[in-house]
Ligand binder design. Structure first.
Ligand code: ADE
Length: 250
């Protein structure tokens, strides 16, 4: 396995590069790709920046230029279901581009001329991610944050969920907008801005992929403040914990 590891922001991948053995750096298309070994897994790590185009370009580069065989996207997301709370982890079962609407020519959410609306994540990768996330939640998360940090984020014991993630070129910070999405996409667990773009690229290239997101906010009017605080103080520790458990199981 040669794993492509994408995050949108530096804070979502902090600490990971320091763990890469024999790192080799290469810059192309305004991004730095760092290849090295993590445990027994060959990894290429890169920051995509925000949004679907950035994520799609990054995934394409990973596949075509770096020859990755699998892709994992890790980062944060807004909660889109009542059972999902800040600090929980959501593993995508499938992903949809919530801002795709070429109706009346194609059904809502369907990618024109591709005939797909929801891209299924790879089952094997997602199961391995779920095991890594569950072990992280049980063994690492309880001691990772102080009681003060937990109460600052109103965090309860973290849970791992498996379900639909929706991506779009829009930060969701409105309860009304979120309610609309939830109505249109039954089973929706989380919203973010990149996963479904990576999913489409992987679908087109026939590459297995997985998406794992830590919930940073409730995608409502408080989201911009909650998101920034979470990203600055917590996000990197979650990514690091889950990815190292994924690459170094046991
Ligand atoms: N990533 C984290 N929180 C988000 C939100 N509320 N909307 C879109 N992407 C996000």
């Amino acid at each position: 396995m040669h794993l492509g590891l994408i995050s949108a922001m530096e804070q979502e991948q902090t600490g990971l590069l320091a763990l890469l053995q024999s790192p080799r750096r290469e810059t192309c298309g305004m991004r730095e790709y760092v290849t090295g070994m993590l445990g027994g897994t060959r990894c290429t790590c890169v920051l995509s920046r925000w949004g679907k185009v950035a994520a799609a370009a990054t995934a394409t580069m990973l596949i075509e230029r770096f020859g990755v065989t699998h892709i994992l996207f890790t980062g944060v997301a807004g909660a889109a279901s009542r059972g999902v709370a800040v600090g929980d982890i959501v593993i995508a079962s499938s992903l949809v581009q919530h801002d795709m609407d070429a109706s009346p020519f194609f059904p809502r959410f369907e990618i024109p001329l591709l005939g797909v609306a929801q891209f299924a994540a790879d089952a094997t990768l997602s199961e391995r991610l779920a095991r890594a996330a569950q072990r992280f939640v049980e063994q690492d998360a309880p001691t990772l944050l102080s009681a003060d940090e937990r109460s600052a984020f109103s965090m309860r014991e973290a849970r791992v969920h498996h379900g639909i993630i929706a991506s779009g070129d829009q930060f969701i910070g409105s309860q009304a907008r979120l309610d609309m999405l939830r109505e249109q996409l039954p089973g929706l667990l989380a919203v973010e801005m990149e996963g479904a773009a990576v999913a489409q690229v992987c679908h087109e290239f026939g590459l297995p992929f997985g998406v794992v997101r830590t919930i940073s906010d409730d995608a409502n009017e408080h989201a911009p403040v909650d998101f920034m605080r979470f990203v600055e103080r917590v996000a990197s520790r979650y990514t690091l914990g889950i990815v190292t458990r994924f690459c170094m199981p046991g």
